[in-house]
Design a protein around this ligand. Structure first.
Ligand SMILES: [Zn+2]
Length: 131
């Protein structure tokens, strides 16, 4: 997936974590799919990638459940919640470091308003506030 290269640092780590969780979820729930992630789950991963790229906090991104900005569409948010609940506890064995880092960042307090022009996309494309 070439689009992974758009993200770096914390955002990339978070993308890798969500991708790993989706694969665990997909293997258990979509057993009949020809490949994992299946096309629906792959679509979700792509969606999550776009949201991460556009997250207004950029590298200071909080974990999604602490975030005051609700950027996911309702049905995607529902799917994200299902994936987290199912795959979260199952991450510890295959991906212990990822799982522990995620748990640690979940303990940080909720942030205030997002800073301006801080998203990965802004930095990447050098966009200004007029967008
Ligand atoms: Zn699937």
């Amino acid at each position: 997936m070439a689009f992974e290269q758009l993200l770096s640092g914390k955002l990339l780590r978070e993308f890798e974590t969500i991708s790993a969780m989706v694969k665990i979820y997909c293997k258990a729930h979509h057993k009949d799919a020809a490949c994992h992630p299946c096309s629906a789950c792959h679509e979700f991963i792509e969606y999550a990638h776009i949201r991460l790229d556009r997250c207004p906090y950029g590298q200071e991104k909080p974990t999604c459940n602490k975030c005051p900005v609700h950027c996911y569409k309702p049905h995607m948010k529902e799917k994200a919640r299902e994936i987290m609940i199912f795959a979260g506890p199952r991450m510890l064995i295959p991906h212990p470091i990822m799982a522990i880092k995620h748990l640690m960042s979940e303990r940080k307090d909720a942030p205030g308003k997002p800073p301006k022009s801080h998203s990965n996309r802004h930095q990447r494309l050098n966009l200004n506030d007029k967008e």
